[in-house]
Design a protein around this ligand. Structure first.
Ligand code: AMP
Length: 189
């Protein structure tokens, strides 16, 4: 799991970001600590700092597309797509995309779901940066990686604002050959 390098600047950035994220206990189910990034979005300075870290990292890398995960990943992905001038590909919950799709079923931290992408949005040989707000079990980002592989492409990295290391999603992604990057982490579920 890659995260910010452990300099004073980055650990204070991690602390700063953690302080912008609201935790709602027992939502949507008892025992879940919901890490709510709407408070981060409501603080333009904090949102700008968040975007700037991703931009600094990914402006140095070579890749073809940004894959954004439904729904909070769309907000991160569209901002990065605008700044980095990369095509944006939406990975959506089943039934939302109008064209011909590739589809994969996957397990969530709470429940099951299917993820889709337009069949012609990712091309063979593409390198795709996938983004979401949070890595929990890693199931959603793994599903996106499966769709990318189905299209004959590969994942550059799975990036998120938050990692929940106790749920081992980043470990699962790394074991599947997908590098991960997160700006901050929280203990527990
Ligand atoms: P997973 O597929 O288990 O890694 O779950 C990741 C997705 O579920 C992300 O899109 C998150 O938005 C959402 N999610 C899972 N757990 C949490 C949590 N504790 N707080 C906020 N969002 C969560």
């Amino acid at each position: 799991m890659l995260s910010l390098t452990p300099t004073d600047e980055s650990s204070s950035m991690e602390e700063y970001l953690r302080a912008q994220i609201r935790t709602i206990p027992d939502w949507p189910h008892p025992g879940i600590q919901f890490r709510d990034i709407t408070t981060l979005f409501e603080n333009p300075q904090a949102w700008k700092k968040t975007v700037d870290v991703f931009v600094r990292r990914y402006s140095k890398m070579t890749f073809d597309r940004i894959g954004a995960l439904d729904a909070r990943g769309f907000l991160i992905g569209s901002t990065l797509s605008y700044v980095l001038e990369k095509p944006l590909v939406l990975f959506r919950k089943k039934g939302k995309l109008p064209g011909q799709t590739l589809c994969v079923a996957y397990d969530l931290e709470y429940g099951q779901a299917e993820l889709e992408v337009h069949a012609d949005s990712v091309r063979p040989g593409d390198k795709v940066l996938v983004v979401d707000d949070l890595i929990a079990t890693g199931g959603t980002l793994l599903a996106a990686d499966q769709l990318i592989r189905q299209a004959g492409a590969s994942t550059l990295e799975a990036a998120a604002i938050i990692n929940l290391p106790d749920l081992k999603g980043a470990d699962r992604l790394n074991a599947a050959g997908v590098a991960t990057f997160a700006l901050c982490s929280f203990a527990g579920e």
